[in-house]
Write a protein that binds this ligand. Structure first.
Ligand code: UD1
Ligand code: UDP
Length: 438
């Protein structure tokens, strides 16, 4: 079997690393395609080195640009490679422009697409990432979702439950594996920017790069005002290049740099960054990956957003949305700093993203589907009559799979009083409503 992977930004490299490791350990042929969206060494190359990943077979070199430019160039480049390499499957991860471009191109070439970290929804269509993930999900054939909630999101959109696998998030694999390595290293291996900062007390790790925050001067000012007030915290801020550029455009870079409690550094490698997170009292971020890593590492998180596609982190109690409101940020950060019970409760939130074996689960499922011929995409040769979804209430003891067999049906969603359930095979349907098609 031959698997192609498209990636192009820092989080995709990190979160695909466990999948690539598994592909290599199972001796599957890999075609690695880098879009070149992130190109600074500290945003790309250093992760390949640290995570011991193979050099990409192709680099499309799209660089920076508008969404249309980036996505268009990626599509052209990815199409050329896929036509030449003819992989049995293409894998994409997350919600960047690479995911949109890769999934769209492959689906039109009838190459099955596997979406790693599928099913996340912020329900905020102003975010480029929301458009990317929804479009990619329309084009995908296998969905590796991190949680039941993300499975339910897809089921509600009409995706067959047989294409959805709840695998946890590969970020947990990457986090567990690499934190161990990071902790064993000599102190001298830590980047010089960070070495002395790690010994500080009361560390707050800050990252932000979301367009809706850093492209909006008012929001940036509100966040900087909050940082200025958090004088008892040592704020360590490895700054994303997008954010550095915007702060300079807004003439705010020097103000931030001159704040005594803020330590502005370049983006650091994954091992350094995991160490930094693990030594932090709290994490303040608008990053998707950090919301997940915080709950994995038992560090309280405050998220600089008004919505999240990772709602499990909030409902489990490890993450609080503070938006870009100065007062909220200061109040919640001080509460974590000064109220041990509150902070301990956040730290004890259960990690909803699995046990760290997502990479293996994903590759096992792909191999199984491939060997059973389920990855083939053929044009239909049966006459099909479209059937819309129906609702039924079930009065007797019967399981999901028995109902589906008896009625030649596919159950999309189960309504259980006020809850929605994802239809796993053995759930008893008695006294529940189902949405199904047959
Ligand atoms: C992208 C993703 C975002 C993801 C983030 C991870 C999309 C639409 N956005 O956002 O979902 O959370 O990556 O970090 O795909 N730049 C450099 N050097 C680099 C890369 C970027 O200087 O190596 C600067 C350029 O000025 C560029 C800006 O950062 O214009 C933004 O980069 P871009 O890749 O367009 O988006 P991100 O904000 O990184
Ligand atoms: N990260 C890193 N060095 C840094 C900042 C972040 O290695 O200086 C890692 C972090 O641990 C996480 C990932 O980058 O795994 C998150 O990437 P980012 O915030 O850029 O993107 P998002 O997750 O929001 O898409």
């Amino acid at each position: 079997m031959k698997i192609a992977i498209v990636l192009g930004t820092r989080p995709e490299i990190i979160k695909m690393s466990p999948v690539i490791d598994e592909i290599e350990s199972q001796n599957i042929e890999l075609v690695l395609i880098h879009t070149g969206q992130h190109y600074d060494s500290e945003m790309s190359d250093q992760f390949f080195l640290e995570l011991e990943l193979p050099t990409p077979n192709f680099n499309i070199g799209v660089g920076s640009g508008s969404h249309g430019q980036q996505t268009g160039k990626m599509m052209e480049g990815i199409e050329e490679v896929l036509v030449e390499e003819k992989p049995d499957m293409l894998l994409v991860q997350g919600d960047t422009n690479a995911v949109l471009a890769g999934a769209l191109v492959a689906s039109k070439l009838h190459i099955p697409v596997g979406h790693v970290e599928a099913g996340l929804r912020s329900f905020d269509d102003t975010m480029p990432e929301e458009i990317n993930r929804k479009t990619a999900d329309i084009c995908s054939n296998l969905y590796f979702v991190p949680t039941t909630q993300s499975a339910i999101n897809l089921a509600i959109e009409g995706i067959s439950r047989y294409k959805i696998a709840i695998t946890g998030n590969t970020v947990v694999d990457a986090c567990f594996r690499n934190l161990k390595i990071a902790e064993k290293r000599l102190k001298s291996a830590v980047s010089s920017d960070l070495q002395n900062l790690l010994d500080l007390d009361n560390i707050l790790t800050l990252t932000m790069h979301r367009a809706e925050n850093v492209d909006n001067k008012e929001r940036v000012i509100n966040i900087i005002n909050a940082l200025e007030q958090l004088k008892d915290l040592n704020i360590i801020f490895p700054i994303h290049p997008r954010t550095a550029n915007r702060l300079k455009e807004f003439n705010l870079f020097d103000k931030l740099k001159n704040l005594e409690n803020v330590h502005l550094i370049k983006p650091v490698g994954y091992l350094d960054f995991l160490l930094l997170q693990s030594k932090s009292l709290l994490i303040l971020t608008d990053s998707g990956g950090l919301q997940e890593e915080a709950i994995t590492l038992n560090i309280p998180a405050l998220t600089l957003r008004y919505n999240t596609e990772r709602p499990e982190t909030v409902s489990e109690g490890g993450n609080i949305l503070v938006g870009s409101n100065t007062e909220n940020i200061v109040k919640m950060a001080n509460k974590i700093l000064n109220n041990k019970d509150f902070s301990d409760k956040m730290k004890s939130a259960k990690n909803p993203y699995g046990d760290g074996d997502s990479g293996k689960q994903i590759i096992d499922i792909i191999l199984n589907s491939y060997n059973n011929g389920k990855l083939k995409i053929d044009s239909p040769s049966d006459i099909m009559i479209n059937s819309s979804s129906k609702i039924a209430v079930i009065n007797e003891d019967t399981t999901v799979s028995d109902f589906e067999k008896e009625n030649n049906a596919l159950i999309q969603i189960i309504y259980n009083k006020n809850d929605i359930e994802f239809p796993e095979d053995n759930i008893n349907l008695k006294d529940k409503f189902i949405l199904y098609s047959s």
